[in-house]
Design a protein around this ligand. Structure first.
Ligand code: XIL
Length: 301
């Protein structure tokens, strides 16, 4: 196959990119998206501050732009993200515990309801675990402070009810090393959810890399063994040249080696628009030329 999406499709996988609605007036950007990728994640447009900037009033204009385009091309759509401590509007942090619980459920129902039946997978909860500390500790946020650690389970239960057809993912960074404390915490949560029948279908490894850990494939395999899909959800690799290309190859091979690794999403198309400013972490350079990393990914799919 001669494109990323078609190469991934040969094994039933997808290859997606994060897309920003604000760049859709760049025709080369859209042409590259359409040619190479068969999946999309809106980079910011489905986040809480974009979709519910004031309580109970939902706005989907920018996200709809991406979703309609993706649907017209038959792409899979990843919804990102419902419950996160980041990009939250101010009104959320001022709520009492019982109002916050109501608002969380209302947000999940409002956003998932609007896109019901159109979304392949939702990042239901994003980045809830702590970077340091003991295994299983959560990051302190408005969610833990007011709802306690059970907010994750509550969110997944509400999400299953809101759109039973969507795969429900837990998404995080620094859960790529098979043995890291943060990874163990997420692993234990998924195992517990499976044992108790809390709905969860996938784990998203963001994978914002310098150097991917050597046990990355083993890590994908250990999550898959719990009975969930693994999705590489926000891949980008700092650097350039053959070092970067080799890292991208290893990540791609780690996914294709594990049957339940369902697909890969890179966090943007071109270095020109990457969120990692000052770095060149993507597969196309600032002029939309294919980089060495592009070729190594295509070959590895
Ligand atoms: C980033 C976007 O790429 C930026 O445009 C925005 O300013 C901040 O958020 N983990 C996530 C993503 O789950 O939502 C983040 O996206 C990158 C880190």
């Amino acid at each position: 196959a001669s494109t990323l999406g078609a190469a991934a499709a040969q094994s039933g996988r997808y290859f997606g990119a994060a897309i920003a609605a604000g760049h859709m007036n760049d025709s080369t950007y859209v042409a590259t998206w359409d040619r190479e990728y068969n999946a999309v994640t809106p980079e910011n447009e489905m986040k809480w501050d974009a979709t519910e900037p004031s309580r109970g009033s939902f706005q989907f204009g920018a996200a709809d732009q991406i979703v309609s385009h993706a649907q017209s091309k038959g792409m899979r759509i990843r919804g990102h993200t419902l419950v996160w401590h980041g990009q939250l509007p101010g009104w959320v942090s001022g709520l009492s515990a019982s109002d916050l619980r109501t608002a969380m459920n209302n947000h999940i129902n409002g956003v998932m309801g609007h896109y019901k039946g159109k979304i392949y997978a939702w990042d239901v909860v994003n980045e809830a675990f702590n970077d340091g500390g003991a295994v299983g500790t959560l990051r302190s946020s408005v969610w833990t402070q007011k709802l306690g650690n059970g907010f994750i389970e509550e969110a997944f239960r509400a999400a299953r009810a809101a759109d039973p057809a969507a795969k429900l993912c837990y998404n995080d960074y620094n859960i790529d090393d098979a043995n890291a404390n943060k990874t163990r915490g997420v692993y234990n949560m998924v195992k517990d959810f499976k044992a108790r029948g809390v709905p969860i279908d996938c784990v998203g490894l963001q994978s914002h890399f310098g150097n991917p850990p050597s046990n990355y494939q083993a890590n994908i395999a250990q999550f898959a063994a719990l009975g969930v899909d693994v999705q590489i959800t926000e891949l980008d690799v700092g650097g350039s040249g053959s070092t970067q290309a080799d890292a991208y190859r290893r990540v791609t091979q780690a996914c294709t080696a594990v049957p339940r690794c369902a697909g890969i999403t890179v966090w943007g198309i071109t270095d020109k628009y990457s969120w990692r400013s000052g770095d060149t972490p993507l597969l196309f350079d600032g002029n939309f030329n294919k980089k060495a990393a592009y070729t190594s990914v295509l070959d590895a799919l």
